[in-house]
Write a protein that binds this ligand. Sequence first.
Ligand code: G4P
Length: 292
Amino acid sequence: MNFQWYPGHMTKAIRMMQENIKLVDMIIELTDARIPLSGRNPDIDELGKGKARLVLLNKTDMADPRVTKEWIEYFEAQGASVIDINSKQNKDIKKVKEKIVEACAERIERDRKRGIKNRPIRAMVAGIPNVGKSTFINHLTGKTAAKTGNKPGVTKGKQWISLGNNMQLLDTPGILWPKFEDQTVGLHLALIGSMNDENLDTAELAIELIKFLEVSYRGIIEEKYSIEEGTIDSIIDEYGYPRGTAYLAAIAESRKCLVAGGNPDFQRAAGLVLDDFRNGRLGRISLERPEN
Ligand code: G4P
């Protein structure tokens, strides 16, 4: 499968990001806990050179907690401040604010040595589309956060939202595009639903997911769709389908996704599996693990 990304205003977004980075002390980089590497653009390391960084593994409510723990160790081993969160819940916000201070400790100490008092820590949020930037900003700032520039008569410009404790957040996040260094990046983004399904072969995508689950989360498909032991092998024997297709046939049978004549509706079955995965109905699953 060939994955492509059609960034509308990528150059403009990167230029904006470069300008905004100059104004901040730190970057709060969001990535998806299920695909921490495919869900980020490594160019941010170069763009954000010299700035403090906090990596947020977002959507942890859908990721495998054991794997998330491995990712935290991975990022920490690289010297990054990192925290796992669920942006849809407020309970993580206090921890995030503490981590922001921790990530900026060097800057705060430098100011202190120079006798600079109460200079606010300025931060910006960055990440690829759909990673949860707006959701996170809304929760971090509280929905009622004042955006001074929205008031009539206030000069337009950069808008800073106060987070308390002498911290300020740029209200517009920096948008980065994923980097398609190999097809796995595209596949992972497509699986979590960050690419437009219209341009993708849903059945092929679902089969890739099934193949992965068979290896890394054995038995999960059988359990979810009540597929009895031996069913897949007997479908293969009877129809000669490849293994992934046999799984789709079994799911179609189990969920009554059938076309005229009682044959399996592979497309519908594929859509069902992808939908269940993306909505967390297959359980908490991570597609990427750090390499040992
Ligand atoms: P963006 O600004 O980076 O483009 O992302 P945005 O905040 O719009 O979030 C994209 C989708 O991800 C939203 O779902 C949002 O609710 C969801 N999301 C963000 N953070 C989390 C999280 O920690 N856990 C989970 N489970 N979902 C998260 P949507 O389907 O586009 O909208 P809706 O379902 O909220 O209506």
